[in-house]
Design a protein around this ligand. Sequence first.
Ligand code: PMP
Length: 303
Amino acid sequence: MLIKSVSQLIGHTPLIDLQIDVPNHSHIYAKLEMFNPGGSIKDRLGQYMIQDAINHGDVIEGTTTIIEPTAGNTGIGVALAAQQHHLPAILVVPEKFSFEKQQLMKALGAKLINTPSDQGIKGAIKEAYRLHEQTPDSFVPMQFKNPANPAAYYHTLAPELVKEIDGPIDAFVAGAGSGGTFAGIARYLKEQNPATRTIVVEPEGSILNGGPAHAHRTEGIGVEFIPPFFENVQIDQTLTISDADAFDQVKKMARTQGLFIGSSSGAALAASLKVAAQLPENSRIATVFPDSSERYMSENIYD
Ligand code: PMP
């Protein structure tokens, strides 16, 4: 394949029909989003949000500074898109998030600002808006409320799933951080086939199931507030997966399938297996593996 820019490598990721022991002889199909050039599902989002802002005249190519609060992968996606459009980027990241992701954002030419871990993503959001007020000709894509976030997945990943899976999709399972992936894909799939069950996944310490917020090791998913995108989408079930169960799947996938998946993918797989146990024989379950374990190596996840 001859390409002229890494932007051409965003999206159209492989879909794997996992050859593992799934309850009720069902199939789990997972989109391998680590094959995007920036290594995660969020390349789609960076590209889509920046292009959308350019189309609306909110960002001028070559001049506007992009400022975004992020747990990391969105930062890499935004940094990549900003670089491709010759835009300076400032990313605001809570200290606790992966060292590798922060290195990659810097490698792409973005400036990094760290906020205290104990202030969570809310602290990063506040700091991003403060910087925006101080920086003339700046734009905050704000993944946590920008409709371009779910739209990115509604228009790209969701149709890919429908095209690639050989038959009706009985269930869709995905984790939620900003909630964009889940909301965009769930909405598309329900429009195509109202019988598709939609299941959102969160780690313990996320608030969707009504529990108290606390720290967790599963990175990239878990919410401190209900994502606004969830207002317009049907959620049939919320599954809470422990860090231990998520990391157990991370290890199993490497050892048995040669797949280096991150912990949010491990949680999505653990949840998909639970869903398979609830559904009839030979069901088709679609899920998403957002990134690779390679960007969490410094956390000794395979020890
Ligand atoms: N997994 C990983 C590794 C992520 O970085 C993210 C984004 N924070 C997600 C899952 C969740 O995606 P979304 O923000 O679309 O809910």
